[in-house]
Design a binder for this molecule. Structure first.
Ligand SMILES: Cc1ncc(COP(=O)(O)O)c(C=O)c1O
Length: 393
């Protein structure tokens, strides 16, 4: 293992050869996509070719999946929440999850069965909004808990999306808020739909990850014959990154891309876990502060960690400045390449741009003029005031 430092980021090279195959494969993705396509508000998000950036930064192409328009929720997270709620309700109503579609839940009888069902979750914003929205979609209720310091705009957006109640938990960081939501669910008989897992709580997080694979399926269709050589994925608990990485490892088995996991310096729990000798999970203690709210998580998701650990070649932890620069750049690109990208969304573009400008890092990662870079801008301006502050300088 080798750590390479620059002014505002550290790159960890694991020297690991990616192992082929993955549990998050094309079959799982096809079922998630089939379900999402049955939702009346489903629409594929765009894959933007950042042509001017690719030319300036000396690579063949940079593709960026723009999740700012997903389901009108401004982030990809509704994909996981809705798929998990769907799978839970299929079990309750006795529907076949590989055949059922959204309209099956709209019969009078099924509407009534769903009406008294309550979901709960903890969130730093986007996941809770997705669960609240999904619960409402199926006629259920949802209670959502946010860590101390969460923006009021994020709390309100969750209630606007359909939560029965969204509460900021004073004195609790993200991990403690998850424990609180778990306790509340146990005490009240609610179903916890959490986007991270622990021993004994694995099935629902697994479904959430499978829900994210819809993004992967869309990307591959949009890329056509083009294949990414380098994929940068941002991580909070790593569920999204691991799902997409696993899916691409399955689909691109013969030409597996180089995967880099990107986190904020203060909350780099996957980075720290990658450094452990026995490959076990490491948590970050304390109350990390970063503007990348969606990535501010202290413990990796256990169901996804082995998928990442056995395949990611690089980990990168970076300062807020990296995502701020990227948000500004993406907002100022010419019309068809311009992207509204929030704090957790833009960071991979920021990291990729810094790497592409640095000959030493390019060489370390095997990047040349023929490289094809794939990024996901996972959110738009989910905190509009924060977004304006950064983009307007
Ligand atoms: C916008 C955004 N991007 C990325 C992530 C990271 O996802 P995960 O926690 O699955 O790593 C989150 C998580 O909330 C998010 O909100």
């Amino acid at each position: 293992m080798k750590e390479i430092r620059t002014k505002n980021m550290i790159l960890l090279s694991t020297g690991r050869e990616a192992c082929p195959g993955s549990p998050f494969d094309r079959e799982a993705a096809a079922n998630a996509l089939r379900f999402h396509e049955s939702l009346p508000m489903y629409g594929r998000t765009r894959l933007v070719s950042l042509k001017s950036a690719a030319e300036e930064l000396g690579v063949k192409a940079i593709f960026l999946k723009d999740e700012s328009t997903r389901f009108g929720l401004k982030a990809f997270k509704g994909l996981g929440g809705s798929y998990a709620v769907f799978r839970v309700l299929c079990g309750r109503l006795g529907l076949d999850p590989h055949k059922a579609v959204y309209s099956d839940f709209l019969t009078e009888e099924n509407r009534q069965k769903c009406a008294d069902y309550v979901f709960a979750t903890a969130t730093d914003g986007n996941h809770g909004k997705g669960v609240a929205w999904a619960a409402k979609l199926f006629g259920c209720k949802a209670y959502v808990f946010l860590p101390d310091g969460s923006a009021e705009a994020r709390r309100k957006a969750i209630e606007d999306a359909g939560a029965q109640e969204a509460v900021i938990c004073s004195g609790l960081n993200y991990d403690k808020t998850v424990q609180h939501a778990r306790r509340m669910a146990e005490e009240n008989g609610w179903t916890l739909v959490q986007d991270t897992s622990w021993e004994g709580y694995e099935q629902i997080p697994q479904w959430i990850v499978e829900g994210y694979l819809t993004m992967g399926a869309e990307i591959c269709e949009q890329l056509g014959k083009m294949s990414p050589t380098h994929v940068f994925l941002q991580a909070g608990v790593g569920a999204m990154a691991g799902g997409i990485l696993g899916y691409l490892a399955d689909v691109c088995a013969d030409r597996e891309p180089v995967f880099t996991i990107v986190e904020p310096t203060e909350a780099a729990c996957l980075y720290e876990s990658a450094k452990t000798e026995d490959g076990s999970i490491r948590s970050i203690e304390g109350d990390p502060v970063t503007i990348m709210a969606g990535l501010n998580c202290g413990t990796p998701c256990s169901v996804i960690w082995p998928t990442i650990r056995d395949r990611a070649g690089f980990y990168c932890k970076c300062a807020d400045e990296v995502t701020e620069n990227a948000m500004q750049m993406l907002a100022r690109f010419p019309e068809e390449e311009c992207v509204t990208s929030g704090e957790s969304g833009a960071v991979t573009f920021g990291v990729a741009a810094e790497i592409l400008r640095d000959a030493r890092l390019r060489e370390e990662m095997g990047i040349d003029r023929e490289s094809v870079i794939l990024l996901i801008s996972t959110e738009g301006d989910t905190d509009p005031a924060g977004y304006r502050r950064v983009v307007n300088g």
